[in-house]
Structure formats: C-alpha cells, structure tokens
Design a binder for this molecule. Structure first.
Ligand code: PRP
Ligand code: URA
Length: 208
C-alpha cells in the first residue's frame, strides 16, 4: 500500500493558507507554491540513495555522503510548472521531463497533449510534481507513462489531494509514495477539490 506523508510543518500549513485564500493574486500564489514545494520536496527526498565520499577540506580530509542516484522530476503541465524551480533549487543536477495532460471538462479524463518520453532511459528515481490530486486520473496517467519508460521508483509530490485521488493512485500503484500538504474533504460535481484552492493552473498564471 502506498505510503502517504501529510505534512504537519507549520510553514507548510502557513503557505497552504496563502494558497487557499481566494484573494491571493498570481504573483503571491506562485511565490507561496514555490516555498511550499521546497518544504514538501525536502521530505520527499529524505531517502535518496547516497554513497560515502572523502573530500579534502582546506585543512584535512573529511568523510561525507554524496547523492548516488539519477533523479528526475516530471511536472504535469500546467500546474506542476510552479513546483519545478523549487525542485531544481534543491537538486540542480536533476532532469526535468515535462508531461502535458489536461482534464477533459466533461469526462474529467486526462488528455495527453505533450510527452518528451521516448527511447532514452529515465532516471531511476522520478518525482511527479502536481499541486492537485483530484480524481487521480492525471497522476495515474503520468505514473503509468513514467513506469512504461523505465522509471524504477516513482513518488508523487503534491499540495492538496481528495480522498478519491489518493484511493485511485493507491489502487493502481501501491508502490508510489505520496507527499502532500493536506488531504481535503471531497470533490464537487465538477471534480474540484473541496475546500481546495481552486484551479491551480489558472491561479498561478492569471487565466481564471
Ligand atoms: C489540474 C491539476 C492536475 C489535474 C488534477 O490540471 O493540475 O493535473 O487537474 O485532476 P485529476 O486528479 O482529476 O486528474 P488541469 O487539467 O486543470 O490543467 P492545468 O494545470 O493546465 O490547468
Ligand atoms: N485541478 C485543480 O486545479 N483544482 C482542483 O480542485 C481539481 C483539479
């Protein structure tokens, strides 16, 4: 069964309140999404593989650890874009594999409109980035693509999830851990998370 990490960090909850507030304008929304992503990604990366290294300080040698995995981020367009800079801030060498999905407004099914995935092998550790896990359709479609293209370990980093989305990912991919700021009450009839924060893409880019 997928592990679920729901943050209780005061800074995460502070940023979440800014994101939820309907009066937060796009620049402040993007800034809060960046900060909350930094905090969530810190938790999501605690178990990255490391190996021992010896480094020479200006005074003598010291034992240390260095990352020992090829890591990639797969932001789901558009809303996941707001998490990418935070991801690259903490892991500048990571690869970014954008995935374009939008939800059909009537069926709520994800429609793929962009994928860079091809013959090239993916990093062994891939993080799906998307602030919203609603029905779970987009997340499941993204995880499926990454696994089909060779990702060995996939993790999902998001901000808000509905119970329906969590259940769907857990059923389809019990090995995928979920890192979240909060689990909300439910989905409305249009597939929006309640109480939620609205449309994460529109709120970032001013297109509501
Ligand atoms: C939003 C969000 C997720 C998806 C979640 O994308 O960013 O990708 O909905 O919903 P689901 O769990 O029901 O699939 P949207 O389709 O609104 O596209 P956008 O990010 O371009 O606005
Ligand atoms: N996508 C969003 O951006 N918000 C929701 O509440 C659900 C899906």
């Amino acid at each position: 069964m997928s592990e679920i990490f729901v943050s209780t960090h005061p800074l995460v909850l502070h940023e979440l309140s800014i994101l939820r507030d309907r009066d937060t304008p796009p620049p402040a929304f993007r800034a809060a999404l960046h900060r909350i992503s930094l905090l969530l990604l810190q938790s999501a990366t605690v178990d990255l593989p490391t190996r021992k290294v010896i480094v020479q300080t200006p005074l003598e040698s010291a034992e240390g650890l260095t990352l020992d995995a090829r890591v990639g981020f797969a932001p789901i367009l558009r809303a996941g874009l707001g998490m990418v800079n935070a991801a690259l801030e903490i892991l500048p060498e990571a690869e970014v594999w954008h995935l374009g999905f939008y939800r059909d407004e009537t069926t709520l099914q994800p429609v793929r409109y962009y994928s860079p995935l091809g013959e090239q092998p993916l990093p062994e550790v891939m993080y799906v980035l998307d602030p919203m896990l609603a029905t779970g359709g987009s997340a499941v479609a993204a995880i499926r693509e990454l696994k089909l293209h060779g990702a060995q370990q996939v993790k999902f980093v998001g901000v808000l999830a509905a119970p329906e989305g969590i259940a769907r990912v857990r059923e389809a991919y019990p090995d995928v851990a979920l890192y979240l700021a909060a689990v909300d009450r439910a989905l409305n009839e249009h597939g929006y998370i309640l109480p939620g924060l609205g449309d994460a893409g529109d709120r970032q880019f001013g297109t509501a």
